[in-house]
Design a protein around this ligand. Structure first.
Ligand code: ZN
Ligand code: ZN
Length: 93
């Protein structure tokens, strides 16, 4: 994974929710990529990523990776991404 580069902020994040729309427990700090949908927490995002059909809860597009945002920066011009989880791929090693 490339380091040092920033993520661009094409993502459309729904910041109107106060809680994850899947577990209604945690704060919605995750964004699903590539579609850019949010409204869920990072744990639920990882769950969607890891389990069939690996699809966004909103648009059903296949999830490639999930970003975790720093919620204290969501109202800034540039949202800080804390970490990302990529879909596990079978590797030969
Ligand atoms: Zn959740
Ligand atoms: Zn989506």
């Amino acid at each position: 994974m490339r380091k040092g580069g920033g993520y661009d902020s094409r993502m459309s994040i729904s910041l109107t929710q106060k809680e994850c729309c899947i577990c209604f427990d945690s704060k919605p700090d995750a964004v699903i990529m590539e579609c850019g949908h949010g409204g869920i927490c990072y744990e639920c995002g990882k769950h969607l990523l890891a389990n069939d059909p690996h699809a966004c809860h909103l648009c059903r597009k296949t999830i490639n990776y999930v970003l975790k945002m720093d919620l204290s920066t969501v109202f800034n011009d540039f949202i800080k991404v804390i970490c990302a989880t990529f879909i596990e791929q079978e590797q030969d090693n």
